[in-house]
Each structure stands twice: as C-alpha cells, then as structure tokens.
Design a protein around this ligand. Structure first.
Ligand code: FES
Ligand SMILES: [Fe+2]
Length: 404
C-alpha cells in the first residue's frame, strides 16, 4: 500500500521518528486538530471536580459543571494570563486565579474582575473553551475549532458497545504513568499488532488469545493454528447474541478513527488475570455474572482500551517530545467496589503492569535501533496490517509531506 508520501508496507523512514520539525507538524495537524482521548468521566465524578491535562505545549482542564456535564477550557486567566488550576486534579465551585483573584464559575463565565471599574464587561472575558465529547464515559477533546464533525458518527457506532459497562458509574482504582524514551508512533505501532505477543507477553497471553488483534477475524482466511480460537469465538457469539452484547468487528469504517470488537478470553479466564477468577467481585453495569469476553477499542492517534465484566483498563498516549512519550493507564472498577474487600490492587493491575513494562522495553529498544545509524525501513507482515492501517491514516493527516 502506497499512501501519499510513504510506503505503508514498510516502517517509516527514521526522520519520522527523530525530526523535531515533523514532531511539531504532528502536534499541529494531529494532536491539536483531531479528536483525542484524554480522560474518562470517573476522573471527575462530582460537580466542581477538575483534571488538568496537556497536549504538546497546550494546557487545558476538564471540569464537571453544576448540571453534571463535562466542560473544557484552556488553563489560562483572561486578565494577565496566569494559569488557573494547579496540580493534576482538584475540586472547586469557583475558579479563583491566584494572581489577582479574578473569579470564574463552572461555565467559564467571569464573575469577579478584581480591580476593574463597575461597568467592566465581564461577559466579554469568559474562559477560552475547548471542544469536548463524551462517548460512553470516555472523554475526547479537540483543541481546534470547528472540530471535525465525524465525532457524531463515532458516537453513534460506539455507544451501544460501551453502554453495558456503564462507565460513568465506575471509579479509578489505580492510575499509572510511564514515560517511555521513544517517539509516540512506536508506542502506537507496537500496540497495533500482536505478532510480538508470544515472545514477550507471557502474562497477557494467559487471558488473551493473540488472534483478533491482527489475525483470525478474516473468516475467508483462517489458519490451522487458529482453530481453538475460532471454535471459542463461535460458541461465545451465540452467548453474546442471547445476552444482547454487541460483538461484531467495526474496523475504521469510512475513514473513521476507531476499531472495536468483542473477543473471547482464553484459558477459561473471566478477566485479565492469571487464573480463571475475577479481578473485582463487584461487576460493572448490567452484568449479572462474570462474562468471559473482553471488548477492545482502539482509537487513532492515541488510545486503546479493554472492557471486562468486572473492570476496565484504558490507555492514553501523550507525546511529550520527539523522543519522550507519556503512557497513562487507568484501571476502573464499579464505583461502590471497596479495595481490600472486592478487589486487590496488586491482582487487578498485575497483568497490564507487566505487559506495559514489556511493551516499554520493546518500543524503547526499537527507538534505539532506529537511531543507531544503520536503520532502513523494514517490511511489515500480513499480521501487522493494523500497523499499515495506522501509518496510512497518519500519512493522510499530514497535509504536507514532511521534509528532512
Ligand atoms: S492574571 Fe488572573 S487575576 Fe490577574
Ligand atoms: Fe505488546
């Protein structure tokens, strides 16, 4: 597949991973212009709760208003530009700038403009909003206006898949941040294939079949070693139909930026754990018993997520610089689950903590190789077709072919 400036049958030329100019272009044309997954509703459960975030050099915060809606604003005061909220998370009904105490309400409206004349037009100095979309409890932002309207198509297709998990009724049991010493695209490319799984992820492959993540779902081309997966898939599909759980693969339809599918878990597992046992006793949403499947969701450019009947794991990737990438993992459980009673944090987070560390080592090792001087773009296997798909999407986003 040749897509614009690059041949997506191969990995990218090294400058795509190392050039500061290309990195800047990616920020402008992807991370500041597209819908980006950044947080979930459980980050800000109550009115007034906020979470501060950064994409590239842009700082903003998400806050729940009095009506329960999620609003987003740039983190900057309209007086002399001091940042408004400090720290990563907090809660307040009025945002008071620490510099001269200009005060804003939860709609971003300026309420008190200290030092100004009584006839000062407060209404002209509200906070600078960003675009926010909540889909099934996952929060996406777009820092450009007007934002791409495709978000409504994504919402209508995704919401039925996410609804059974009732994500707004979850809480964050754990969040772990990793800063990986590599370009962000290596994190995503690594995530878009499971060819590396058998030699690198012993823990993950207890609950997971490697099929479904790059092979095994093309019904016209089933390999002999996928028979067990296929049998299980057919058996589970009948169950899912009876339970009313959506399961069909949706894969980047009409140029959209997501892939989702429900897949059976391996080895009789009912969660992402090392044994056929739950990770949390309180089940999510409308599940009345543990369900041996996982719903997976991948979005371009920066997320992947796994929904189990007892917990959810979500991953967001934030490029920090051309060679540094933040990978933020959150484990969500039912809001009324109690640590130490319903779940054990170590057991809940074990498989993905191990897997994340293994993936970090792979992405960083690839980055060192790409920077070593002897690198040439390498050919991608059929099983890596989702890497090709990502590269093709990536190339389509850049309006000019990047220069050296
Ligand atoms: S900069 Fe915010 S009140 Fe002055
Ligand atoms: Fe991996």
């Amino acid at each position: 597949m040749s897509s614009g400036g690059i041949d997506t049958n191969f990995t990218l030329p090294s400058r795509y991973y190392t050039s500061k100019e290309i990195f800047q272009q990616e920020l402008e044309q992807i991370f500041y212009s597209k819908w980006i997954y950044v947080a979930c509703e459980a980050d800000i459960p109550n009115p007034g709760d906020y979470v501060a975030l950064k994409l590239g050099t842009k700082s903003f915060f998400l806050q729940r208003n009095e009506h329960g809606d999620v609003k987003g604003f740039y983190n900057v005061c309209r007086h002399r530009g001091h940042e408004l909220v400090q720290g990563e998370k907090g809660s307040c009904r009025r945002l008071i700038c620490p510099y001269h105490n200009w005060t804003y309400n939860l709609e971003g409206k300026l309420m008190v403009a200290r030092g100004m004349n009584p006839d000062f037009p407060n209404e002209d100095f509200g906070l600078n909003p960003i675009n926010v979309a909540v889909i099934g409890g996952l929060i996406y932002v777009c820092l450009s206006s007007p934002a791409p309207t495709d978000i409504e198509e994504v919402r209508s297709m995704l919401e039925p898949y996410l609804a059974p998990y009732e994500l707004p009724k979850t809480k964050i049991a754990c969040q772990k941040d990793i800063i990986e010493a590599c370009n962000w695209k290596l994190v995503i490319e690594n995530n878009r294939e499971c060819l590396h799984c058998s030699s690198n992820h012993p823990e993950l492959l207890v609950p997971l079949y490697s099929s479904g993540f790059g092979k095994g779902l093309d019904k016209d081309n089933i390999q002999p070693d996928e028979r067990r997966f296929q049998e299980k898939l057919q058996e589970k599909e009948r169950e899912w139909e009876n339970l009313g759980l959506p399961f069909e693969l949706i894969e980047f339809p009409d140029g959209l930026w997501f892939r989702t599918v429900r897949l059976p878990l391996a080895n009789q597992c009912i969660s992402h754990t090392l044994k056929p046992e739950d990770a949390c006793k309180k089940l999510l949403g409308n599940f009345s018993r543990p369900e041996g499947s996982g719903l997976s969701l991948w979005t371009h450019p920066n997320s992947w997520n796994h929904f189990l009947s007892d917990h959810i794991v979500t991953f967001a990737v934030f490029p920090l610089s051309v060679d540094k990438t933040l990978v933020r993992t959150k484990w969500l459980v039912a809001a009324d689950a109690v640590e130490g009673v319903d779940y054990d944090l170590e057991k809940l987070t074990y498989v993905w903590s191990k897997t994340n560390a293994q993936d970090q080592s792979l992405a960083e090792g690839a980055y060192r190789g790409i920077c070593s001087g002897g690198y040439m773009p390498g050919p991608l296997a059929d099983e890596e077709y989702l890497v090709k798909q990502f590269l093709s999407w990536y190339n389509d986003q850049l309006t000019q072919t990047p220069v050296h």
